[in-house]
Design a protein around this ligand. Structure first.
Ligand code: ZN
Length: 504
């Protein structure tokens, strides 16, 4: 029937959903992917929320429409598993996707590793959205179309990452996000780390005590000279430690509580995942500081599903953990114990891509109460694909990225150096993809995505993004393969304990 009325449509089999007498799918067409809806002609009014070209042949009405925001919203009302949902404490992984084409690869990796990792297919920070010129709705819808294309029906989360203001919350809530990561780093007083006791005293006095519903005296009574037994790990807190923790994180605690209450007041059905991230600070979060943050947030009524301390060692973008794994393991054991006994909540690994050295420790110490957050690594796999299928375009993007690196690296944790990156001019096309395995080149390409995706020529035409997207659409299978291969390595350590727990 469909083939008769629209011979040019090539339905993507995995996307096909039959619900009652309605039939939904995606189709490849010469002008890109389209939504195809077929309903009984008598029921044609049910397509009223959709846009596109509708026609009736016999007893069936068929609509062929664009992958637009309107059609995405209408389809979510028809197919419930296309709407993101809160994931709670399930072992989970976040797949930030700056181009919006990576979800089929993420799904393929999840299917290959098995287990029961709960996926976050829509995930983008406010900073990433600003740099790529995408809206929260575009991010969420792109993931949803990928979910439909791949036929993933097990549910997924949508993480509005590194939110800093109520306006950030509004935009993401409106778009349908279900996981809100609050980043209070602007309220973290990093200078408290090295500060002398006499400078800490006035800083303590200056905390927003009314917002904290607290007093200095009450704070001291709760913490000073107490031993906190956290699942067998004793954390001793003295006067100096609590003053430093309060000065460093007190304002952040007040800010997070404010953002939490704002969300509680605005989320219609009351259910959402809430994450607190202090990962983007200079110094590691001590155990006493983690304890302070967790206990104070609880006292203020905040409930969260995950928290990202700043761990020891270095979590640089796009490369493996830098530091001693044994140190990380010892440090994480206590953070995990705090998370078990003060929630429980998951520990979140931000800048988590490519940290293969520490995944086994993270999974073992948390017992699977862990969230792996990745963002830029899917973009890097897009570039790897490009190096293989359109080396000329890849060379231009690489050269452009080198020129932008020094400026773009400012807000990221990277140590890649331009004087160490390989020169592409002398490389054969076949060797270009290897640049994605080079520490320095990888970091250069990782942090310059915003410049690449928004660059325009003298006539204000996009310099790279349209050609990049066209290449990835044309070579969708190659891109999915690259993403899948890369993510299987990430997910295997996280899938295993879930399976074992399930059997226990
Ligand atoms: Zn982060």
């Amino acid at each position: 029937m469909l083939a008769n009325t629209h011979p040019e449509l090539q339905v993507i089999d995995a996307s096909r959903v039959r619900a009652a007498d309605r039939d939904w799918s995606l189709a490849r067409t010469p002008v890109g992917p389209r939504l195809v809806a077929r309903v009984p002609a008598a029921d044609a009014a049910s397509l009223g929320g959709f846009e596109g070209e509708a026609g009736t042949s016999g007893s069936t009405t068929t609509l062929v429409g664009p992958l637009s925001a309107r059609n995405a919203a209408a389809l979510r009302r028809q197919i419930l598993w296309l709407a993101p949902r809160p994931l709670g404490l399930a072992t989970s992984a976040g797949f930030g996707d700056r181009l919006g084409l990576a979800t089929p690869g993420h799904v393929a990796a999840l299917r290959q590793v098995g287990g029961s990792i709960a996926p976050v297919f829509a995930q983008q920070s406010i900073r990433e959205m600003a740099r790529t010129g995408r809206t929260p709705q575009q991010v969420l819808d792109a993931a949803m179309w990928g979910v439909l294309a791949a036929g993933w029906r097990e549910g997924f989360g949508a993480d509005a990452d590194h939110l800093k203001t109520p306006a950030d919350i509004d935009a993401c809530l409106q778009a349908g996000f279900t996981w809100f990561t609050i980043d209070p780093s602007e309220h973290v007083e990093a200078a408290a780390d090295g500060a002398a006791p006499d400078t800490l005293a006035p800083a303590l006095r200056a905390l927003p005590w009314s917002h904290l519903e607290d007093t200095e005296a009450a704070l001291r009574t709760r913490y000073v000279d107490r031993d906190f037994d956290v699942d067998g790990h004793v954390i001793r807190v003295d006067e100096a430690a609590i003053v430093r923790a309060a000065v460093k994180y007190g304002r952040a605690v007040a800010h997070v509580a404010q953002m939490y209450r704002y969300l509680r007041a605005h989320v219609v059905d009351g259910a959402f995942d809430f994450e607190v991230s202090v990962d983007e600070t200079e110094s590691p979060t001590s155990h006493a500081e983690h304890l302070y943050v967790a206990r104070e947030l609880r006292r203020l009524g905040v409930r969260w599903t995950s928290l990202a301390p700043r761990y020891v060692g270095r979590f640089e973008k796009g490369v493996d953990y830098i530091g001693e794994v044994a140190d990380f393991d010892r440090d994480l054991a206590v953070h995990a114990a705090i998370a078990r006994t003060h929630g429980p909540y998951k520990l979140s690994l931000h800048s988590g891509s490519d940290k293969f050295a520490i995944y086994p420790s993270a999974v073992a110490r948390t017992g699977g109460l862990v969230h792996l957050k990745t963002a830029g690594t899917s973009y890097l796999e897009a570039l790897r694909t490009l190096a293989q299928v359109e080396p000329g375009l890849f060379r231009r993007i690489y050269a452009f990225s080198l020129g932008k690196y020094e400026a773009d690296r400012a807000s990221y944790h990277v140590s890649g150096r331009l004087d160490r990156v390989p020169a592409a001019e002398t490389m054969d096309d076949g060797a270009l993809a290897g640049l994605l395995d080079d520490f320095d080149a990888r970091q250069v390409l990782h942090v310059t995505y915003g410049s690449v995706l928004t660059a325009r020529d003298a006539d204000n035409r996009p310099l790279f993004v349209d050609a990049l997207m066209a290449a990835l659409r044309e070579h969708a299978a190659a891109y999915t393969t690259c993403v899948e291969r890369h993510f299987v390595r990430h997910l295997v350590p996280f899938a295993r304990p879930a399976v074992e727990r399930g059997r226990a």
